[in-house]
Write a protein that binds this ligand. Structure first.
Ligand code: SF4
Length: 384
């Protein structure tokens, strides 16, 4: 479920907006009216309020990719980071444009895995593990041979389009934090009883999901480019890329102990990009959509500490004044790249769209379209 935001969500008298921000908000609304049905604005949960107030839909990367895929709008303005806009471009038609208000808005985790690194790792892991590549040029929807053991690549949505293409071409699939377990089940079925998954770029999501599925840590070695495997590749079930999210790795067990000493009945919910020790100690973990539902479901008067990006936590606190909601890390800063989407940039791209330009267009090269679309569509089909 994504959150649909009606136009009336815009409040120009919001005391938290400066005069300049109110003027920008007013202009964005005028531009939205001019562009009408030609425009769809998608906003990620980690965006600031002065962006979210203009979004037609607010959601996580999976939900927003579904919204992009279902949209017929000519211009899709993605208020998120680069890999999300790439996925939207892959899932939309050639007649639609995907625009990222600030081209510098990337994701440090996505940058931790490059195609060259993954290709090199792929060859080495196949060699060392004795597993086969599941590529099947005759029928991409079936493994190459029955009763063999394969290495199946699974990439988190937070990765570049060329990696999604790699995954699609090698019989693998994309996942998000909403669907990682379902996707891994699919991948294990394809890999065979003694096969394995190469999961990138986030080691924590891979490890936390694997552990929730009953896989022991000794069967989940970590792979670091230039260093190789930490742990045994033979018999591995998931080979975890070494990447991590610089925001979520800040949440620690000691923060949970501190919160519980102050709120003995309080609850802790964290994102699965957090380290394993933190996830194990929390009361619950899940995607941003899951965290939304979790907080909504708590009775009035509950105290909850949340381990995810601060913009979302602050918004939840305002939406639920009857509950005590705080960020698990009281010194945490917002995701610095999500924060690069400023309302002035949003206004600028809308002005230029009205003028007939297509600024800051995210265009995935045709050479990587086919494989990445295959990998994304496999994910969407698994979840149907
Ligand atoms: S919160 Fe972490 S994973 Fe999400 S965009 Fe920011 S750096 Fe990337």
């Amino acid at each position: 479920m994504s959150i649909s935001l009606p136009m009336c969500a815009v409040d120009f008298t919001d005391a938290t907006l400066s005069d300049e921000e109110q003027a920008i908000a007013q202009r964005i609304t005028e531009l939205k009216t001019i562009l009408g049905e030609d425009l769809l604005i998608l906003g990620h949960h980690y965006q600031r309020d002065s962006i979210v107030m203009h979004a037609d839909f607010l959601g996580d990367s999976f939900m927003l990719s579904q919204k992009a895929a279902a949209s017929t709008a000519k211009h899709i303005v993605f208020c998120g980071v680069h890999f999300m806009a790439e996925s939207a471009d892959i899932l939309t038609s050639d007649e639609q444009n995907v625009v990222l208000p600030n081209l510098r808005a990337g994701c440090s985790m996505a940058d931790m895995a490059t195609l060259n690194e993954v290709e090199a790792a792929w060859d080495e892991i196949l060699l060392e593990s004795g597993l086969k590549d599941p590529i099947n040029r005759e029928n991409p929807e079936q493994p190459a041979a029955k009763d063999a053991s394969y290495l199946v690549p699974v990439t988190y949505m937070n990765s570049s389009a060329d990696l999604k293409d790699f995954v699609g071409r090698h019989g693998g699939v994309v996942c998000t934090s909403s669907n990682a377990e379902g996707v891994l089940n699919w991948a294990f079925e394809r890999a065979g009883q003694n096969g394995a998954v190469l999961f990138f770029p986030d080691q924590h999501l891979g490890r936390n999901t694997g552990m929730a599925m009953g896989i022991s840590t000794d069967r989940m070695p970590t792979w670091t480019p230039g260093i190789g495997a930490m742990g045994e590749l033979k018999g591995a079930r998931i080979v975890l890329w070494h990447g991590f999210c610089s925001v979520h790795k800040r949440f620690t067990p000691s923060q949970i102990h501190e919160f519980r000493s102050e709120y003995p009945d309080g609850l802790v919910v964290v994102h699965p990009e957090c380290p394993r020790e933190t996830v194990e100690l929390a009361d619950a973990n899940g995607s941003t959509q899951y965290i939304h539902r979790y907080v909504e479901g708590l009775p009035s008067g509950s105290a909850v500490a949340i381990g995810t990006e601060i913009n979302m936590v602050a918004r939840l606190a305002r939406e639920h004044p009857d509950k005590h909601i705080e960020c698990l890390d009281d010194e945490i800063c917002p995701c610095s790249t999500m924060y690069m989407i400023h309302p002035a940039y949003l206004m600028d791209v809308l002005e230029r769209l009205v003028d007939g330009e297509v600024p800051n267009q995210i265009s995935v090269p045709p050479s990587v379209q086919e494989g990445s679309l295959l990998a994304l569509n496999r994910m969407l089909a698994i979840l149907k």
